[in-house]
Design a protein around this ligand. Structure first.
Ligand SMILES: Cc1ncc(COP(=O)(O)O)c(C=O)c1O
Length: 445
C-alpha cells in the first residue's frame, strides 16, 4: 500500500504521481499517459523535457549552479535580459528575474512605489486593478487581484490600497447593441471616474492582465480598450503595469501579448511561458524612464530574494526562448490556434450548454451556461467545471478548469493551453476529448 502522503496537497484527495514526461505527454506511475492540454497552468509551452533545454541545463549545472546576486552577476541572466529587451515591442530599459509570477508582480508593485518616491511623488500609494483578475497568491499580488474566491479567506490581511474597476468581459458586460469600441470607451470612462474619486496624485499604477487569464477564462481586450486606458494613465502620470504572466511569451501568438495593442507599458510581468516549466522563473521588464528614476535617485531597486537571477532558471528560460525562435513556433501557435478555434467552434459552437468560446493563439476558454439565451450559469454547487476536468482526465486530457467565472462565485469555464509545438492530431484530440468530457459532465451534473 502507498504510504500516506506527507504533502499539504491542493485537493482533499492525493492525486496520482507524475512519473515522467516527454513532449506533450505526462505519464503517471502506472504508465498511463495524459496529453498536457493546458500545460499545467499555461506553463509548459514546449511540452516537456525538450532536448535543447535539457542539454543547456545539463551544461549549466556543470558550469555554474548558483552565485548570489549580491556578489556576482552571471551570463545566463545578462543574456536573457538582453534577449527579452531586444524582443520587446516597446522600448524597455532593464529586466529583473525572480522565481515565478507572484514574485514578478510583487516586484512590479514595489518598483512602482519606489519609482514614485524617487520622483518625489510620495502621495502615490494606490493601485487601480480589475475585478475578476489574478496577479498571484502572495499578499501584495493577491491584494491587487480581483479573484473574489481566492481573496475571501485572506481579506483581512490584504493591503487596502487596491481599488477595483470592471474587467473587460465582452460576453457578459457589453450591452446589447453596443459596439466593442463603445464598450471599451465605457470601461475607460469608468477608470477616469475612479481616478477622479481617488485623486490622480494618489495613484501609482493601473494593473491589468493583457489578455485575462484563468479567473475569467481567456478574455481578450476589445479593440481600443487598453490603448484608451494607457492614454489616461499617461495623462495623469499613472504607470501601466501589464501582467503577462499567463498570456505572454508566445501563448497568444505574439511573443508579448501587448504587441497587438497600441500601448506603452511601464512594467511588464512575465513568467509561465518564459521558462516553460523547465525551471521556476518570472521576470519584470522595466521602461527606461523608471530605470532612470531609480538610477538618478537612490541608485538601486530596494528589493530582492535569495534566488533572483538564478543561473539555472535564466539558462532554461533562454533555451526555451531560443527554441521558440529557432523552431519558428509562434507561426505554429497561430496556425494551431486557428485549428483549435475552428475545432472548438464546430464541436461546441451550437452546444446547448456552451455560452462562449474565446481566446487568442493557443489560449482558449469555453464558458458553460445552463441557458444560452439568458446566459444563466449552472448552480455553483454542481461544480460543473470540476466534473469536466475529471471527465477529461479520464480521457487522457489535462485541462485547466475554474468556477466563479462571473463574480468569483457563479459561472464555470474550462481552458486549453497546449504546447506551442502541438501537432494537428494533438489539437484535434484536445477538441474531441474536451467535447466528450463536456457532454458527459452536463449529462450527469
Ligand atoms: C496573470 C497571472 N499573474 C500572476 C500569476 C502568479 O504566478 P505564480 O503562480 O507563478 O506565482 C498567475 C498564475 O496563474 C497568473 O495567471
Amino acid at each position: 500500500m502507498t504510504p500516506a502522503s506527507k504533502i499539504l496537497h491542493r485537493s482533499r484527495t492525493v492525486p496520482p504521481r507524475a512519473a515522467k514526461a516527454q513532449g506533450g505527454y505526462i505519464f503517471d506511475e502506472s504508465g498511463r499517459r495524459y496529453f498536457d492540454g493546458s500545460g499545467g497552468a499555461a506553463v509548459s509551452c514546449l511540452g516537456h523535457n525538450h532536448p535543447a533545454v535539457v542539454a543547456v541545463l545539463k551544461a549549466q549545472l556543470e558550469t555554474l549552479d548558483y552565485a548570489h546576486t549580491s556578489f556576482f552577476s552571471n551570463a545566463p541572466m545578462e543574456d536573457l535580459a538582453a534577449f527579452l529587451i531586444g524582443a520587446a515591442p516597446t522600448k524597455m530599459g532593464k529586466a529583473y528575474f525572480v522565481s515565478g509570477g507572484s514574485e514578478a508582480m510583487e516586484a512590479a508593485l514595489k518598483l512602482a512605489r519606489q519609482a514614485a518616491v524617487e520622483r518625489g511623488q510620495t502621495k502615490r500609494v494606490n493601485f487601480v486593478a480589475r475585478r475578476q483578475s489574478y496577479h498571484g497568491n502572495t499578499l501584495g499580488a493577491l491584494g491587487v487581484g480581483g479573484n473574489a474566491a481566492r481573496r475571501e479567506l485572506f481579506g483581512p490581511l490584504l493591503p487596502a490600497n487596491a481599488h477595483f474597476v470592471s474587467p473587460c468581459y465582452a460576453y457578459r458586460d457589453k450591452a446589447p447593441g453596443e459596439s466593442e469600441e463603445a464598450y471599451g470607451k465605457r470601461l475607460a470612462a469608468e477608470f477616469e471616474a475612479k481616478i477622479a474619486a481617488l485623486g490622480a496624485e494618489t495613484i501609482l499604477a493601473f494593473v491589468a492582465e493583457t489578455v485575462g487569464g484563468a479567473t475569467q477564462g481567456c478574455t481578450p481586450p476589445v479593440p481600443g480598450y487598453l490603448s484608451a486606458i494607457d492614454a489616461i494613465c499617461k495623462r495623469h502620470g499613472i504607470l501601466l503595469i501589464l501582467d503577462e504572466v499567463m498570456s505572454g511569451m508566445g501563448r497568444c501568438g505574439t511573443l508579448f501579448a501587448y504587441e497587438r495593442e497600441k500601448v506603452n507599458p511601464d512594467i511588464v510581468a512575465i513568467a509561465k511561458g518564459l521558462g516553460g516549466g523547465a525551471q521556476p522563473i518570472g521576470a519584470i521588464l522595466v521602461s527606461p524612464e523608471i530605470v532612470d528614476a531609480i538610477e538618478n535617485g537612490s541608485g538601486a531597486f530596494a528589493h530582492g530574494h535569495t534566488y533572483v537571477g538564478h543561473p539555472m532558471a535564466c539558462a532554461a528560460a533562454l533555451a526555451v526562448q531560443h527554441t521558440i525562435r529557432d523552431e519558428n513556433l509562434l507561426a505554429n501557435v497561430t496556425a494551431m490556434g486557428a485549428r483549435l478555434e475552428a475545432g472548438l467552434t464546430e464541436r461546441l459552437g451550437n452546444h446547448a450548454y456552451v455560452g462562449d468560446i474565446r481566446g487568442r493563439g493557443l489560449f482558449w476558454a469555453v464558458e458553460l451556461v445552463a441557458d444560452r439565451a439568458t446566459k444563466a450559469p449552472f448552480p455553483s454547487a454542481a461544480k460543473l467545471n470540476a466534473a469536466i476536468k475529471r471527465e477529461a482526465f479520464a480521457r487522457g486530457l489535462l485541462i485547466y478548469a475554474m468556477g466563479g467565472t462571473i463574480d468569483g462565485k457563479s459561472g464555470d469555464h474550462v481552458m486549453l493551453a497546449p504546447p506551442y509545438n502541438s501537432t494537428p492530431d494533438e489539437i484535434d484530440f484536445c477538441v474531441a476529448a474536451l467535447g466528450d468530457a463536456i457532454d458527459e459532465a452536463v449529462a450527469s451534473p
